[in-house]
Design a protein around this ligand. Structure first.
Ligand SMILES: [Zn+2]
Length: 106
């Protein structure tokens, strides 16, 4: 469905659709990981068209480079290093770092 216009309503609908696509991606991953990746692509297109941000935690569930749906231990590798969470996409090897928040250093 193409929406040319961009209003608070279409953007709200876009956010809901993105959340639904990530839900579907999570549900399909075990059996059809390629479908999960496809859902991520669709969600990203919607986000771009409507200029909405893909919010946490979904923003961490895909690879920005290749749009793979990331599942720790399966399609991504998660390590903690120097106060950062380092997420590596297994498909394209790109990495992202996120500061460990809500944790004080002892
Ligand atoms: Zn990737």
């Amino acid at each position: 469905m193409k929406e040319r216009s961009r209003t608070p309503q279409t953007r709200k609908a876009a956010r809901e659709r993105i959340a639904r696509l990530f839900g579907l991606a999570g549900g399909e991953f075990a059996e059809h990981p390629e479908l999960s990746n496809r859902y991520v692509e669709i969600a990203r297109k919607i986000a771009m068209r409507q200029r909405v941000r893909i919010e946490k935690p979904m923003s961490r569930q895909y690879c920005r480079r290749c749009s793979s749906f990331l599942v720790p231990g399966q399609s991504s590798r998660v390590r903690v290093r120097d106060g950062y969470v380092v997420v590596t996409c297994i498909a394209c090897k790109s990495r992202r770092r996120y500061p460990l928040k809500g944790r004080r250093k002892a």
